[in-house]
Design a protein around this ligand. Structure first.
Ligand SMILES: Cc1cc2nc3c(=O)[nH]c(=O)nc-3n(C[C@H](O)[C@H](O)[C@H](O)COP(=O)(O)OP(=O)(O)OC[C@H]3O[C@@H](n4cnc5c(N)ncnc54)[C@H](O)[C@@H]3O)c2cc1C
Length: 534
């Protein structure tokens, strides 16, 4: 039986669900968010994983969150503080290291230790990537034109294509290269030293179950530079209190706007009546009626599990069966009794490299081998690991003198039986860090493991996909999740998508939630269209 009819139900209280709920409530709708877990935030949460040790459990660093959303939700007034990293990355190699960031001149000086030509090429590379990233940044809050939509599609396509048409020919060539080439091909065109290339190539395999030689992997690299921190393009930062500080501030904005947030309310089924979304049924059996439903969960979860097959057109259903999801990310949090001392840069006293993203991915061949291994064995014998130690800048996360570290590791087969391999692979990852920082293993006093399977079970990320679906050309922009449904609408009237499985894709951007809310309002008549002007 239907009870408590609301205007809009949001399935999932991830950051995009909260952003969508906020804009809808601000426009006067009665909105209820239904979150499966006992905490909002989805993949952007902070949790205590061992007594006294807290960390961002999944997503751990911020850059992509759109400044407009920060301002509209007044997240800074609600306590959100984002600290820039003074050094972006530290890469230990066998007998040397590279520090990336801290300004152009400093990075060039670092590159010059390996290659004068690469040091000289860096400003042009940086400028070229920034031009292309700016296009992406500007498109993030636009709704992609919906293929098959006639004149309106044509007009929207032309409007969104205009910034690309305005780019110089060189920039258009770079754009094409980024969208089609592998990260290896792209980076080999710019730099000669493998260590310098690997400093950038890491971004191409983040959340991407692919090698750096896989065509299209250059795009994932670009996706990681379209953000900004406190107005500084391309920078990454730390949310004080962990990523949960972002989503707690968002939840507070939602509540102030009148949104009702229900935790521990897992949705089982989207209810459809006469071809229109009519509400949801919870796993408890309770049915809740609504004028519209917006799904923050990914397309695979929504269309393969929550919507009845008979409610979807056969071609759409088939294509959603083909939607590629599964990023092969293994994510751990460790509690540390002391900071690591690296063979190539010894010392446990806190130094700038401890505050950087510490990337163990020494060379393009290493990264390709990791993927080849994962395909053959299920995981890489020499894994790609990024370690971030947020407690170096945020004393709210660990007891005095102790630390927490995020270990973000790539190339683990999402389809493996992780219940049988989880602990062994966690040991391998810790051994990998220990290989560069002897004593690290002994300093681990507690650990939290998220294999791809754990990411699915805990966060609802099908195949452990950190982006709700692969970020490949066939699943981007108007084709995310599929051509014809790239405008946040679904084949079912009144059912919308507002999560990372829609444009502009994964990452803590808030953009899908923002754009979906605008489209939802546009469908609500003249008043809605007026309120959709944001
Ligand atoms: C390990 C990892 C590391 C990452 N690192 C970064 C990073 O450092 N920086 C960055 O910008 N991005 C990062 N990302 C990507 C980013 O976190 C995600 O793309 C983003 O948080 C997704 O937000 P969302 O709101 O679209 O979806 P989600 O956060 O996935 O939210 C979906 C919500 O739906 C809920 N849900 C699931 N099933 C149901 C159900 N049946 N009923 C009700 N609710 C349900 C979930 O519990 C969840 O709260 C990372 C992701 C992961 C997993």
């Amino acid at each position: 039986m239907y009870v408590n009819k609301v205007d809009a139900l949001i399935i999932g209280g991830g950051h995009n669900g909260l952003v969508c709920a906020f804009y809808l409530a601000r426009a006067g709708l009665k909105v209820r968010v239904l979150e499966r877990r006992d905490v909002v935030g989805g993949a952007a949460v902070t949790e205590e994983f061992a007594p006294g040790f807290r960390n961002s459990s999944a997503s751990y660093t911020v850059s992509l969150l759109r400044p407009k959303i920060i301002a509209d939700m007044r997240l800074h007034d609600r306590g959100l503080r984002i600290l820039e990293r003074d050094l972006s990355n530290f890469l230990p190699f066998e007998s040397d290291y590279l520090k990336l960031g801290g300004g152009m001149a400093r990075t060039q000086a670092e590159f010059a230790r390996f290659s004068a030509a690469d040091a000289a090429a860096y400003p042009a590379y940086d400028a070229a990537l920034e031009k292309v990233a700016k296009v992406l940044r500007d498109l993030a809050l636009e709704t992609p034109p919906n293929a098959g939509g006639g004149l309106a599609t044509l007009a929207a396509g032309a409007r969104q294509g205009w910034p690309i048409a305005k780019l110089s020919l060189e920039a258009q060539r770079d754009l094409l290269a980024v969208f089609t080439k592998s990260a290896r091909e792209f980076l080999e065109g710019w730099f000669e030293d493998d260590r310098v290339r690997s400093a950038f190539a890491f971004d191409a395999v983040v959340g991407n179950y692919a090698g750096v030689s896989t065509p299209g992997s250059a795009y994932v690299l670009l996706h990681h530079v379209f953000g900004e921190v406190n107005g500084k393009p391309g920078a990454w930062g730390h949310a004080v209190g962990g990523m949960g500080a972002i989503t707690q501030a968002m939840a507070s904005a939602c509540r102030d706007a009148g949104v009702e947030i229900s935790l521990e309310s897992p949705v089982e089924r989207v209810l459809v009546d006469g071809g229109k979304a009519a509400g949801v049924r919870l796993e408890s059996g309770e049915e809740i009626a609504a004028r519209l439903v917006a799904a923050n969960v990914g397309p695979a979860l929504l269309y393969r599990r929550m919507v009845d097959r008979s409610d979807l057109p056969p071609d759409f259903r088939w294509r959603m069966g083909q939607f590629r999801t599964g990023s092969g990310t293994f994510r751990m949090n460790v509690a540390l009794s002391e900071l690591p001392s690296f063979t190539v840069l010894p010392g446990r006293a806190e130094a700038e490299h401890h505050r950087a993203g510490i990337v163990i991915a020494p060379g393009l061949d290493y990264m390709d081998a990791a993927f080849d291994d994962a395909k053959a064995l299920g995981w890489s014998r020499k894994p790609i690991v990024e370690m971030l130690i947020p407690s170096t800048v945020d004393d709210s996360l660990a007891p005095p003198g102790a630390h927490v570290a995020s270990l973000f590791c790539q190339q683990f087969n999402p389809e493996l039986d992780w219940d049988s391999h989880r602990e062994r692979v966690a040991d391998l990852i810790i051994d990998t860090v220990d290989g560069h920082a002897p004593g690290f293993k002994a300093s681990v006093v507690a650990r939290q493991i998220h294999s791809p399977l754990d990411l699915e079970r805990k966060f609802g990320l099908v195949g452990g996909d950190i982006f709700h679906g692969r970020m490949s050309l066939d699943q981007l922009w108007a084709a995310r999740p599929v051509l014809g449904q790239g405008d946040y609408r679904s084949p079912i009237r009144g059912l919308y998508m507002c999560g990372s499985g829609t444009h502009p894709g994964g990452g803590v951007t808030g953009a899908p939630g923002h754009n979906a809310a605008r489209e939802i309002l546009k469908d609500r008549g003249l008043l809605g269209r007026l309120r959709a002007r944001f």
